[in-house]
Design a protein around this ligand. Sequence first.
Ligand SMILES: *Cc1c(COP(=O)(O)O)cnc(C)c1O
Length: 854
Amino acid sequence: MIYIACNTPWTAGVREGLDADGPLGSDRKDSDVTDDIATPDASVPDFLATPSVAEVEALRQAIRAKLVYQVAGREERANARDWFQAATLATRDRIVDRWRAANDETAAQGHRRVCYLSMEFLIGRLLSDALGNLGLTETMRQALAGLGVDLEDVFAQEPDAALGNGGLGRLAACFMESMASIGIPAIGYGIRYENGLFRQLIQDGRQREVPEDWLSLGNPWEFQRSGIFYDIGFGGHVTQGPDGAMEWHPGEVVRAIAYDTPVVGWRGQWVNTLRLWSARATDPLQLEAFNKGDHIGAQADRVRAEAISRVLYPGDDTPAGQELRLRQEYFFASASLQDMIRRHLRMDGDIATLAAKNAVQLNDTHPAIGVAELMRLLVDLHGMEWERAWDIARATFSYTNHTLMPEALESWPVALMERMLPRNMQIIYLINARHLEQARAEGLIDGQLSSVSLIDEQHGRRVRMGHLAFVGSHKVNGVSALHTGLMKTTVFAELDRACPGRIVNKTNGITFRRWLMRANPGLTRLIVDTIGPRVLDDAERLEDLAPHARDASFQAAFAQQRRVAKEALAKVVQDRTGIVVDPAALFDVQIKRIHEYKRQLLNILQTVALYNAMRAQPMGNWAPRVKIFAGKAAPSYHQAKLIIRLANDVSKVINSDPTVRGLLKVAFLPNYNVTLAESIIPAADLSEQISTAGLEASGTGNMKFALNGALTIGTLDGANVEISERVGLDNIFIFGLKAAQAVAMRQDGYDARVTVAGSDDLQEVLRAISDGVFSPEEPDRYRGLVEGLLAHDSFLVTADFDSYVAAQHLVARKWERPSEWWRSAVMNTARVAWFSSDRTIREYADEIWDLPVR
Ligand SMILES: *Cc1c(COP(=O)(O)O)cnc(C)c1O
């Protein structure tokens, strides 16, 4: 059992951690503490409990002290930002002692620790999460109220930490929260980007990117660990010593400095660490050159080094951009592994037990260079024999694959690797030689050998990072049943044959604390009132809602919570876009990165088809509908940006057409991020999960919506398959080609022109877009887009159009029968408990990390 206090009240075991205003090492006694903070009834969520006057007062004093001594503010003049800083610092204090206790416990018990390596952590805001998990939301609300400050205003001050793009980074953040909630010792490793994902502005219907400087006002969550740093080499050459040992002489050295953020789990019982690396030059200023007047040249090294942790996803369409990206990957993989080894040696003293005490999870291939790096550290620096080092590496690493799309499979030119990481490249060759030898022994022959090789000889000699991660891991997982099946038949087919049993499935999940309890407190309260508070600790209890699904009064209460969320969202829509929407309308929502495979275009085409139908029958009995879109396109992804523009152009025309009578509205909400997702998802009636089957590895947005009771319209793709199995086909709208059919169709050379010729509706839609109905000021704006669709519809938008429109008709029919709609909505919430990331993490712990879990 790796848990501080499993079945005891939630403060037990970490009582000294409740000190409100002292730094580490406070000498306050337990008795002082329990006067300040009552032990809440472990079965009551804090928003239902009433905090005591003493608790509130203690927290208020702590906030005051922070304001005065750390923010240097004056109460009478403090603004919301100052209060946010003070409130966060006071909250952080309540985590620190628990954090230390968790670390001490891990060390004392010799637990195996998970090192979760991820290039992305899409964290979002942390204050409400931390307060919720500590059971202090209400206490904080009252403490601030007494200072004349509103908690929601304070929450709104926190920047949304967007150190990631989308699903992969959000998964890492949900996993960190779940590992802390379950009590699994873990450290998340990544990069402390000064500029995370760009902020999206929509100007004249087009995406504009501006930097998101989330650190500009300081980050009260993080601790800079000036004493924890590692030197990371690049370039240079390799020599062989007289004893045969290889020595790398890097031409450049960059320093990685640790910044730690505590991640507190549910009920505050365990705290893990998110350690992000920041890059510094080892010699930031050439003073001599500076004094001679070369003020810029003297700082060139600093600029070059610091570029590494400057931005998430530097544009990689130039060689310099690609190089920077590889520098980032190696920088954080090397720093993290050096840190793991240092800690291990400090605690255990014996490098031989490294694998027994550490499990490294590679979140996609971005940290895959770590396989070669760990070998370098073990063999070159710790003098370990190759075979032993390899056994340790294999036992330590496991790898999660997130995509099978050819253009997204990472590979690096051998020439670049040889120049930037000469020793690592040698090691990759050695790994490959042994790997191929073994494959040959297993009976693989020429063609098969070249497809399992770590080096792709076909495209100008490149290192296949997915293969490196695969070969260096004891387990490799896909992220949904369908995706894992496809891994075995496509990209990794030969490797699977050579290493049977290595590929396993771990269907993704989401943390219900954030995506239900915090995002949707109204619905959470209703659920707790209906089936009791145990559900807060045991998501499986959601199943107890099922018997209430046909109950008219429960349906009404459920619908009422949706209504409240929709009114709030309607305000957000109006504030950000000026568009007025009716909260009584069906909210039909597609929010996710903009990508052709996710098929926002299919949704837009159906929107135009509906518009055409409404204009053809202006007095028809149309159910009011609001189409909501949000999402960012990669800055260099022209086609995705054009789709954003089309959505905005369509929105403008439809919203202002009087014949529609406001019954159809379209809104594109700018700057999609975690915070915006939290306000949209509870307000969604319909969840659009309409990717081309076989291309969405899992999706997690789909899970968030279903949990909050939205009905899904979707293809049998990724985790939609498993969602449909659980909620039942009566409670979901499945349409379109299946993965195998989509593959066959693309192989056979699908001709969109034939399909379009057979569909009058689709013809009309495409003609309107192509002729400039939605871009009268530039009629040709979308001509190329439509022609491209007809010439090579790679994502089968036209092929699935009719089926999608038919499914949308069923949606409208069901919406007209509220008791059926709400019964299905309740059944979605009731049946998706399995998609909790707690379940996912338990499976990783059990089958990949070999960790005991409760
Ligand atoms: C959940 C989430 C995603 C992933 O959404 P998908 O629909 O699975 O692609 C992306 N971005 C944010 C901000 C999210 O919260």
